[in-house]
Every structure is written in structure tokens, then in C-alpha cells.
Design a protein around this ligand. Sequence first.
Ligand SMILES: Cc1ncc(COP(=O)(O)O)c(C=O)c1O
Length: 447
Amino acid sequence: MSDTRAPQHAASDRLWERAQRYLPGGVTANARIHRSTGRPFLAERAAGGRVWDVDGREFIDLNMSFGASMLGHGHPAVREAVIRATELGIMCGYETEHQTRLAERIAEVIPSAELVRFAGSGTETTWHALRTAKVATGRSRVVKFEGHFHGYNDSLGYSFWPTLDQAGPAAAPNTVPESEGMPPAGIADTIVLPWNDAAALEAVFAAHGPEIAAVIMEPVNIDSGTILPLPGYLEAAREITSRHGSVLIFDEILSGFRTGIGGAQGLYGVTPDMTTLGKTLGGGTALSAFVGSRDVMSAVAPLGKAIHSGTYNAHLIPIMAGLAFLDVATDPGFYPALEAMQATFYPALQAAFDRAGLPVLVHAKGMRFTLLFGMDRAPVRYRDILAHDTDTATRFYGLALEEGVYFHAAWHHGFSAMHTTADLDEALVKIERAARRLAAARPGAAL
Ligand SMILES: Cc1ncc(COP(=O)(O)O)c(C=O)c1O
């Protein structure tokens, strides 16, 4: 644990005490508790690739709102778009030209998008995507994969990060609810499989094919250590689901826009029936979408019987911000510049851990990366990451905070389009210092 009693933490201490009086657990989302400090990171403001806490301390941000702020904090194009929305009257509950324009832009860049519906969060959009798939197929069951995260809704809130005890047999995992209070019927409707195993998918369709409405997956499993699809796996999933008349959903809330404008589906050349988008789509504002083929999306009301409605649907502020995001991200120089930063930063980060003598594998895909503590091989399936040394990781993230780098203690991290080379060079020095402090404190370290 970091030293939270130091005088330089006085404002954080006061706010943390106040927050606990009025917010359950002192936070507005469970995941905001930082495992290393046992409290949230209490921010005052952020700009570009940096964030300041309420005590005025400055940090290089390598969390970037869990990936939502890939453009950078307060990107000028997004700020301008938000101002434009305020000038138009902060309209909500109206259809305007801007929603249509954003849907057109998404359909231009996302291979699976013919029709688009907007929502606010990832949790909301995966839930609606699944409902749509159920109505489109007239079936009720879903296949999801161990270690794949789709938000905390009651339809998909299973087996994100089960312990080995909970998880059951590797070939036929248990369906493990991620929260108390979920409807018991959900367990029967949710089939959990190991990912990257085409034979397991084939077998479940042989047994239950006519009941399976959808197969949902993260096409790059960023939420469990950035596990990449094995060659041919996405193609096999595409073929099996098509053959059985089931809807293939790629949850690209994290993988979308990380490796290029077309997401993982563009990168790997496999087009699902439906896709969920979120995080960076709104340039850091609350915007998500479920999109898909005209055929499947025609199940959405008023064309079909899957209800999707809401006062705040496609609120003008995130819609304008989403248009700004796509304008920036479709600039021909955008992804090449990010790729150049990735090509320098990731090897330098690996070298910093190696020099410090701390066993960490830096494992990245595009704009998100994972730090695998105590592992020397990239994971292929969820259970591989159970070898990760969580205690050492937790201590490292606490020391990094002390050195001035904000990582959340999570499975993925990232920089933004507004991080400068100087930001990343400074982060490397500070990270190496934190790693050296930790390596020196480890049992058996040379004195
Ligand atoms: C792949 C994936 N799906 C869904 C979600 C849920 O999104 P939200 O946090 O906006 O509800 C996340 C969030 O991290 C995610 O990574």
C-alpha cells in the first residue's frame, strides 16, 4: 500500500472521507477503487496525456479513462464539438441530422455496420445487441467465453474473471455470475466456453445449435491480458455461426479503433453480424453503439420487436463528440503516428523492466497493452493469466503512482494521441524507478 498519511495527500484524504459519507464505498463505480491504495484516484483535472490529483500532484496518465480517452484528455476537436452541442441547445430526446451523419460515418468505417443504434455505455449496448440477436433468431441462449468482459448487465454478466475454484472444468466451464442478484434463469441461458478453441464451439453447436441466438466475444481479449485470436479461430467462429444460423457478435468496445479505423474485424478480415462499440467512440464522452447487418438489425423496433428506446439515447453532446472523434481518427496521418509511438514505446517499456530486473512481459495490441507480472509467455486462453503475479503487480502500480505515473491496477493500459514523446520518455524513467524499487525489495534481491 502507498503511504496515504503523508501531508502531501491531505486534500485526497479529506475528499475520500467526504465521498464515503454519500457514495456507496466512496466511489461511483466499483472499478474506481485502486487496488494498490485501497481508494480511488481523486482527480482534479486532466489535459492531454496528464492528470492532476486534488493535492495538485501531476501524473502521466497511462490509464486514459480505461481506454475511453484514446484521443487524449480535452482534445480540442472534442471540446469544440461539445461547445457546438451547447450552442444547439443541449438537445436530448430529438432526432437531428447529426445522429444520421454519425451513423453514416460509422457505416463507412466499420465493416459489419449497415444499421446503427446508439446507447450510452458498453454495458447497455451489449445487452441490447443480445436482445436484438434473440429477436432476430427467435432463440434464447448465448455462448460467451471465459475471461471476456461485456459489462455488468444481467444478460452477459458471467465468467469475466472467475477463480480456478469457481471456473470448473477447462473444457466445459461453469457459468459464474459476476454479481449477486442476477436472475437464476440466466445461468441456463448462458453457455460459457474456453476461447480460441474451435472444436469446443463446434461441439456446443452440435449439441445445442437450434437454441443458440448468438455467440459474443472480444475479438482481441484485451480484458484478460490482451489475448490474441489464434490464426483461423475468428474465421472458424464465423463459419460455425453462419452454418447454424446464429448471430456472431464482436464486442469491440475496447478493440475497436485500437489497431485501425476498422477495429479487429478490419484487421483480421472477419466480419461479424453485429458489433458493439463504445469507449473511445465518443472521444471521452458517454457514447456506445450496437451495429450490424441490415438483416439482423431489422429486429430492432420499430422495424422489428426488439425494443430499444430511452430519453437520453443519442444525446447531442456525445453524438457531436463522436463525429469529432471520427474526423480526427480518419485523418490519414492518425494511425501511422500512433503506430510509430507504439513501435518505440513498447520495446522501451520492456527494456525498462528488464534493466530493473523485474520479471514483467509487456504484451500489446495497438493502443492498449498489458503488463504480465511473472509471466514469460503471451497467454492463449483465460486460464493462462491465472499465473499472473497479482501481488507484485499491485505493489508496482502503487510505486508507479508514487513516482508520478498513473496506471490503474487493471488488465490493460494505454497512452493517447495527445501523449508526446517527452511524456512517454518521462514515463519510462519513472516506471523504471518504480520497477527498481520493487525489484530491490523482493526476497532474494541483491543488497
Ligand atoms: C469489451 C468490453 N465490453 C463492455 C464493456 C462495458 O462498457 P462500460 O464500462 O461502458 O459499461 C467494457 C468496459 O471496459 C469492455 O471492455
